[in-house]
Design a binder for this molecule. Structure first.
Ligand SMILES: [Zn+2]
Length: 184
């Protein structure tokens, strides 16, 4: 097989109604085709690592564990991450058409103060929450909220529960209790 370059971008080539049509539409790493029959059933991708394999990612909760395909401003986000358990074992995220391969390129941790403030407010009651749950509350993309959470962690404003849990919590406020030393 010809050695292919890995992909940094998802390229949606087609919406089709059969798996064969999807596989024909998908040739280069990062290419994708959505199989729609009444509703989006699955997305076929040429593996972004460049191994040449086709991946079929289920989007229909009635057919087993399903990914969410979020389309916003013409760009695609998949949630959660895709982790191949065989062959090339690629683990990647699709976030607004950008493909992030774990261990190859990292998330862009650009600061987004407004979103970070909203996320911080969402954690006001001191209870742990999963970043995807916070994203749903805010109408934001899960990966955007994950990055906001990680930025808040790096500032020491919130903590992440034991990895890879995905839940974040605001630590209790510093208490005003003073220790009074007893003298006898
Ligand atoms: Zn691969």
């Amino acid at each position: 097989m010809r050695k292919r370059r890995r992909a940094d971008q998802l390229n949606l080539k087609a919406r089709v109604d059969t798996r064969d049509a999807a596989r024909n539409a998908v040739t280069r790493p990062g290419d994708a085709a959505i199989i729609v029959r009444g509703r989006a059933r699955s997305i076929v991708m040429a593996c972004p690592c460049g191994c040449g394999d086709h991946l079929t990612i289920n989007l229909d909760p009635r057919s087993g564990p399903a990914w969410r395909l979020i389309q916003r401003r013409g760009k695609l986000t998949l949630y959660p991450s895709v982790w191949r358990e065989s062959r090339c074992r690629s683990h990647f995220v699709v976030w607004q058409n950008e493909i992030y391969l774990f261990g190859r390129n990292e998330f862009d941790h650009r600061r987004h103060p407004k979103l970070e403030e909203c996320v911080y407010q969402q954690l006001a009651d001191g209870r742990p929450r999963h970043f995807s749950d916070i994203a749903d509350s805010l109408g934001e993309l899960p990966w955007s909220v994950l990055v906001a959470c990680e930025n808040l962690v790096s500032e020491g404003k919130i903590n992440e529960l034991e990895k890879p849990d995905g839940r974040f919590i605001r630590p209790p406020r510093p208490s005003n209790i003073h220790v009074v030393e007893r003298t006898s």
